[in-house]
Write a protein that binds this ligand. Structure first.
Ligand SMILES: *Cc1c(COP(=O)(O)O)cnc(C)c1O
Length: 231
């Protein structure tokens, strides 16, 4: 089967079908899962077409590219997520331009974001990125650091700490994919047991969204299966 941008309606229908099937298998309401279009390296026309088909959330990784898209799609008014790693020298523009950041992994960055969030905007929604597989190549807080980081971040006035995000080790078997997502679910449950009120698990991409939904994902970030290969 060919997955390309010209097939966006079919691709979207297929992805929505996968989400619905996994939700049903998990005994979950499909409305508890948000499909985020991971739109990095896709042209603005592809985002516009996806928005016309009902995709409300887009996730971008590269700031300059994202700012152009935000500008061009102003009248469409999607929810903008930054899903790349947040660098200290980019916090001001991120705090000003985005609705959600998924890649926060240090308190110092979170403090800057809270200080720089404009007062006329609602609190910035943030997820803590967790390096769930302990991989040297990946960003994210170590699982053992997350409870203290989350407790401190939850106190920042202009952030809304919503939950956790991960990019797990690449696995092809469903049970191995589920293993990493289950660790995320357990960490999430521990934080809520500690008194936080988190509602978001941002996990699952084109190749593992079923496993993520079976372990409680509330936002799946889907690029290739929706838009085709990146240019
Ligand atoms: C690119 C990207 C995705 C989407 O990946 P696909 O495999 O193309 O679905 C999801 N999350 C993040 C953080 C990404 O960078």
């Amino acid at each position: 089967m060919l997955i390309g941008p010209q097939n966006l309606p079919e691709n979207l229908q297929r992805v929505r079908g996968r989400i619905a099937a996994a939700a049903s298998q998990a005994g979950r309401d499909v409305s508890s899962i948000t499909l985020l279009g991971a739109s990095k390296a896709q042209p603005i026309a592809a985002l516009r077409a996806a928005a016309a088909l009902g995709v409300r959330d887009f996730g971008e990784n590269y700031l300059q590219e994202a700012l152009e898209k935000i500008q061009s799609l102003r009248e469409v008014g999607p929810v903008w997520h930054f899903i790349g790693q947040v660098q200290a020298n980019k916090t001001r523009v991120l705090a000003e331009q985005f609705d959600w950041l998924h890649g926060v992994d240090r308190l110092r960055i979170a403090e800057r974001l809270s200080a720089q969030r404009p007062s006329h905007l609602p609190p910035l929604n943030v997820c803590i990125q967790v390096n769930i597989g302990g991989e040297a190549s990946k960003a994210g807080a170590a699982p053992a650091e997350v409870p203290a980081l989350a407790a401190s971040m939850a106190k920042l006035p202009n952030l809304a700490l919503r939950g956790l995000m991960c990019l797990p080790p690449a696995e092809s078997a469903l049970d191995r994919q589920r293993h990493w997502f289950a660790l995320m679910r357990e960490l999430f449950a521990k934080l809520n047991g500690d008194g936080l009120a988190l509602d978001t698990l941002s996990m699952g991409m084109s190749d593992d969204l079923e496993a993520a939904i079976l372990e409680g994902s509330t936002i799946v970030r889907v690029g290739t299966a929706l838009f085709g290969a990146r240019r």
